[in-house]
Design a protein around this ligand. Structure first.
Ligand code: BGC
Length: 681
């Protein structure tokens, strides 16, 4: 068992043979490990690596953050492409771009010699106040699922492991190490699980990160039902679970091993040799559980090619022009035109003489002179350069018009307002301390528009904010998010109409915080030792629709510089039986004067149900690019599962017989066409 091998002998061991089948390699290596070596492999060292086992040539497995690009070290010595934040990428409603992002970022992971990216972060956006809303994707389970699957597939296409995080119900930063998310099985099934489950079933995700918080009283890292039974048993996950960094703090060694936590990060605490030995001797876990955990980690080591010749693996690359172009494209397509009265946008570069550019975010950047300008947390990056909004505009307008900072002397004024990654804003570890913009920004906006009515507000932030104090005074508002290192170019391209905006909100923007489902009482947010998800399945627009609350901007909202007409909705069946699929098609015409892209959204409504159901639920979407006058046919294939709900009584998904409306539109509150289908069981 404890044999020492020469280099030549090691090369000849079966697990080193890349022609051997994966499971045989895993079994062979596992069979050679001593109990102590298995303990050793179960925890990390130096923040980002597993421990090597020299005797067997087991190399360290390396993993880095994060969701917006690779950050190989915390000092900013190795620079990598900084992509737009998760909410921006999702606001493109374009899974192809998430796949391209995944592939590009994985190439950078490979180039810096690592094997796993600690991304994507796909926790549901339950409240606008969560400090990490900017990192996550959406409030809607279907959109979350489609974008997450594309991202994981993109990453793993390069034989780099994705690490889907944080499993599960890590929906706030406040008290994140101790709070228990008290959530119903129905809400888990309908809202919180679908994207995680789909990354396993549809994208074969190789790793999951456990959450800091408890779920219904049990810490994510030691939840046997959640990990061993549900994720591994029911969903068929073949990868490994890694703890969030120090998420094991309040857990026990035995229950973590038994639950299926393979790797404790960043260093050995519950999984140190002494604790492991003691728990094992006391029968707190079995060798079978440990073997399964280690096997899962080894499996992913083989999957990423840790024991294969380098020339047989996909090639890495970093900071390429191609990666920069992907970052810019995502930023462009993610920008949401919230409001555009009087068609102030797009700006005409030939008629404007003076453009005033002001506001605290005109020079927004995450790194200033090599130093991070704001916390942000684990998703921060050190990019090789950043095009700030002002720089982007300067490059665009060079020799064409003058950029000044006096609104009263300008033809048009642009105010770059919003938040940043300072603690208390869009940052990890703490939640936002205000729903409103800082008061000096509100004053600036209201004062400026009096001096110059042609004022546009461009928001740089990563979560819904209140706008009631100023929005009625402002003709045009753009949500530009944190757009990565090419943000300035993307914003300038949208402002001047080189790019027609096509992003749509992935989260409802409420008028006031108390309208939001998580903000009904202190118990529903932020909670104390427990936070009660009393809204159940009524998260985001499901709540606003059902309670008939007018949002500031609805889920799926986003304007364009052109217009789209929706025509001829056709459904191929009147009745649906059993598992029959049915097809809904609709014609979309670009009825305006510019090329542009539309996100066609399909929602399902159960007209009569024995249980409470949302007024509508997103079940499909397609983004189409059209030239002026061009028409295209958009087709959706639906099935029983798109009509069903999770039935608490039977503990199963269920469809009830009867009529369903199929609603097709440009946002959740701009439904253009509808038709009906009857499910007859
Ligand atoms: C975050 C994770 C991150 C990890 C490593 C944690 O605090 O919650 O998302 O991947 O740190 O930086």
């Amino acid at each position: 068992m404890n044999e020492i091998y020469s280099k030549e002998q090691l090369q000849k061991l079966p697990f080193m043979d890349s022609n051997l089948n994966l499971e045989n390699r895993v079994e062979d290596l596992l069979s050679r490990l001593t109990l102590e070596e298995k303990f050793k492999l179960s925890s990390g060292r130096f923040m980002w690596h597993t421990k090597p086992i020299k005797r067997l040539g087991v190399k360290p497995f390396t993993m880095y953050d994060g969701p917006h690009g690779v950050r190989p070290d915390t000092m900013g010595e190795i620079l990598c492409t900084y992509f737009p934040s998760g909410i921006c990428r999702t606001a493109t409603w374009n899974p192809k771009l998430s796949h391209e992002f995944g592939k590009a970022v994985a190439e950078e992971v490979r180039e810096v010699g690592a094997h796993m990216l600690l991304a994507p972060g796909i926790n549901i956006q339950r409240t606008p106040m969560n400090g990490r809303t900017f990192e996550y994707q959406t409030e809607d389970p279907h959109l979350n699922k489609v974008i997450a699957v594309a991202t994981v597939k993109g990453i793993q296409s390069q034989k780099i492991a994705a690490c889907v995080k944080h499993f599960i119900c890590n929906n706030q930063e406040v008290n994140r190490f101790t709070v228990s998310s008290e959530v119903s099985e129905r809400a888990l099934q309908e809202i919180y699980f679908p994207a995680f489950k789909a990354t396993v079933e549809e994208a074969d995700a190789w790793s999951f990160m456990s959450c800091y918080n408890k779920v219904n009283g049990i810490y994510g890292s030691e939840d046997f039902n959640l990990i061993r039974e549900r994720l591994m048993g029911k969903w068929g996950f073949r990868g490994f679970v890694v703890s969030d960094w120090n998420a094991t703090a309040y857990t026990s060694t035995g229950s973590c091993v038994t639950a299926g936590l393979s790797l404790e990060m960043p260093t050995a605490k519950k999984y140190n040799k002494r604790n492991m030995k003691k728990a094992f001797q006391e029968g707190k876990f079995t060798e079978d559980s440990l073997n399964d955990n280690v096997k899962r980690l080894l499996r992913v080591m083989f999957l990423v090619g840790l024991y294969d010749a380098e020339n047989t693996l996909p090639r890495g690359s970093r900071n390429t022009l191609e990666h920069q172009a992907i970052a810019r494209k995502i930023a462009e397509e993610g920008i949401v035109l919230l409001k555009n009265e009087e068609a102030l946008l797009p700006l005409d570069i030939n008629t404007i003489k003076r453009l005033a550019v002001i506001g605290p975010n005109a020079n927004f950047r995450i790194v200033e002179g090599g130093i991070l300008s704001g916390g942000g947390g684990s998703s921060v990056n050190y990019p090789p350069y950043e095009i700030t909004p002002l720089e982007g505009l300067k490059q665009k307008c060079k020799d064409k018009l003058e950029i000044i900072d006096t609104p009263s002397k300008a033809d048009v004024t642009i105010i770059f307002a919003g938040l940043n990654h300072d603690p208390g804003m869009d940052a990890e570890g703490v939640d936002k301390n205000a729903f409103e913009l800082p008061s000096d920004q509100i004053e600036l906006i209201n004062k400026t528009v009096k001096e110059n009515p042609k004022t546009i507000v461009v928001l740089i932030n990563g979560s819904p904010i209140a706008m009631e104090d100023w929005i009625d005074n402002i003709p045009s508002v753009i949500e530009a998010w944190y757009g990565g290192m090419e943000a300035g170019h993307a914003i300038a391209n949208v402002l001047f109409g080189d790019v027609t905006p096509s992003g749509k909100l992935t989260m409802t923007f409420p008028k006031k915080l108390s309208d939001s489902p998580a903000h009904v009482s202190k118990r529903t947010y932020p909670g104390d030792d427990k936070v009660f998800y009393d809204e159940g399945i009524f998260v985001g627009y499901r709540h606003f629709d059902t309670k008939d609350i007018e949002p500031l901007f609805p889920f799926g909202h986003g304007l364009s510089y052109t217009t789209f007409a929706y025509e001829n909705v056709i459904i191929n069946k009147e009745y649906v039986r059993g598992d029959d699929k049915f097809i809904v098609s609709v014609d979309i015409v670009n009825s305006g004067k510019r090329s542009g892209a539309e996100v066609v959204q399909l929602y399902v409504q159960d007209i009569e149900s024995s249980v409470e159901r949302p007024l509508k639920e997103l079940k499909g979407f397609k983004k189409v690019n059209l030239n002026p006058g061009e028409k295209t046919n958009v087709v959706f294939e639906l099935e029983k599962s798109d009509l069903s709900f999770y039935d608490d009584v039977s503990g199963k998904w269920k469809v009830e017989e009867g009529l369903f409306s199929i609603l097709i539109g440009s946002s959740s509150r701009d439904i253009r066409l509808q038709c009906k289908i009857e499910y007859i069981g």
